[in-house]
Design a protein around this ligand. Structure first.
Ligand code: GTP
Ligand code: MG
Length: 420
């Protein structure tokens, strides 16, 4: 098998759908914030000495500022969350490590992970962890230390330990993917609590199954519970430890077909979370152990481990899983997380528009009233003018008459004098 390995250029990653959408929606909220600020400033500047804007309207507009701010805060913390479940030792922690390209989480034979571990990107260069209910940063240098730190604490298996890993050490963490590792579903009676605490905001679930056996009742039950609480959760099934098939090549196709059929039936008929066509794109046959070793080798760390027959195919399938996973999680997160923000943003914009519309129509009314008053005045002035004109015309006539009268009288008097 000589298929070339996929090395994803960063810009090409489907995770960019989420990253870009997040940036875009944040930019829009920056604009809305500017717009609200401008509106508040403007309202305050004309508020004084005027009756156009009511105090109440200014206050209401100021609440939009707080709302926009709140949304931007939540948006900044929005991420894509993937949660891994499966029976003890199926390789959940190993899958996460392979995806992170580094041995971050403790893994090993027996019951290893004994509480919920969330790996998320940190802006600092040093990894640290935080226990539930505490803000204290505990430095961790290595997996050994991490395991030790986890052992030292008496942790309840539903408890969450957050592992902050430098963003610059992993593209997935840089692009806001958060990984949740869990204890085996077969070791806990508290599955409902797990779902309440850790699953409701997950965008994708990965069922890490063991290809050496088959899907177990404990695993199925857990996902039945999940799909009862969430509508159509996105579930991937990884048939891990597929490297074991290398030792029994004669059964490989047959076993694969069996796992594939059972997986599809589980997703389509039992959980009813997807169509048969979709289900085919959700089931993979991989080896997390090999994938991690290969990646460590790519980075020049170790490895002398001989890889079993068919490694390339399994590694290729692991990368195929990653790509489909990235597409699924970014689209799902954009939809579930940003749809709400968009609606709230639209609501704020339309409320602000209403306030401004009201102010505008109030102002318009005042203007019309004033115009009306002026028109009245104008009419009044016209009347007076006319009156004045009439009066002056009358006066003129009177004077004219008077003059004529005087003239007549004078000339009459003159004539009489002459006759005399
Ligand atoms: P718990 O935390 O105990 O629930 O187990 P887990 O599901 O996290 O499994 P973990 O990743 O700790 O793996 C258990 C053991 O299986 C480790 O020794 C791994 O090295 C080994 N392992 C994991 N994946 C594979 C695989 O694909 N092939 C083989 N051969 N071994 C694997
Ligand atoms: Mg584990």
């Amino acid at each position: 098998d000589h298929r070339p390995l996929r090395t994803t250029p960063v810009e090409n990653s489907p995770l960019q759908i989420f990253v870009k959408a997040k940036k875009k929606i944040n930019d829009i909220f920056v604009e809305i914030e500017d717009y609200v600020d401008d509106a508040v400033d403007y309202m305050k500047s004309i508020e004084e000495g005027q009756q156009i804007i009511e105090q109440e309207q200014v206050k209401q507009t100021e609440t939009f500022k707080a709302k926009v701010h709140g949304i931007r805060d939540v948006l900044a913390r929005d991420h894509m969350k993937v949660a891994f479940f499966g029976r003890t030792s199926n390789g959940k922690s190993s899958v996460i490590n392979a995806m992170l390209r580094e041995k971050i989480l403790p893994s090993g034979i027996g019951h290893t992970t004994n509480c919920f571990l969330q790996v998320e990107g940190s802006p600092t260069d040093e990894p640290y962890l935080m226990l539930e209910g505490s803000n204290e940063h505990c430095a961790v240098e290595s997996v050994g230390q991490l395991a030790h730190a986890l052992c030292k604490e008496k942790l309840n298996e539903s408890q969450l330990v957050r592992v902050f890993w430098p963003r610059n050490r992993c593209i997935l963490l840089r692009d806001d993917v958060v990984f949740v590792d869990s204890p085996g579903v077969d070791v806990s009676p508290n599955l409902d609590e797990w779902i309440d605490k850790h699953c409701l905001d997950a965008d994708v679930f990965v069922l890490v199954a063991n290809a050496e056996s088959t899907l177990m009742v404990a695993e199925k039950n857990f996902f039945h519970k999940v799909s009862m609480r969430l509508s159509k959760p996105n579930i991937f099934i990884l048939n891990n430890r597929w490297d074991a098939s290398a030792s029994e090549p004669e059964f490989l196709d047959q076993v694969r077909r069996q796992h594939q059929e059972r997986g599809i039936d589980f997703l389509v008929k039992e959980l009813k979370v997807c169509t048969p066509k979709e289900a085919e794109e959700r089931i993979f046959f991989i080896s997390a152990k090999e994938a991690l070793l290969a990646r460590l080798a790519e980075q020049g760390q170790n490895t002398t481990t001989p890889l079993a027959e068919g490694f390339q195919t399994r590694y290729f399938e692991f990368q195929d899983f990653e790509r489909k996973f990235e597409e699924c999680i970014s689209k799902s997160a954009v939809k579930t997380k940003f749809e709400q923000h968009t609606q709230r943003g639209r609501h704020i914009a339309s409320e602000l528009k209403d306030v401004l519309d009201n102010i505008y129509s109030d102002a318009q009314k005042i203007k019309e009233d004033k115009l009306h008053q002026r028109k009245d005045l104008h009419d009044k002035m016209n009347y007076t003018e006319q009156q004045l004109m009439l009066i002056t015309r009358e006066m003129k006539q009177k004077i004219h008459n008077m003059v004529e009268d005087v003239e007549q009288r004078v000339s009459k008097a003159l004539n009489e004098e002459i006759r005399r």
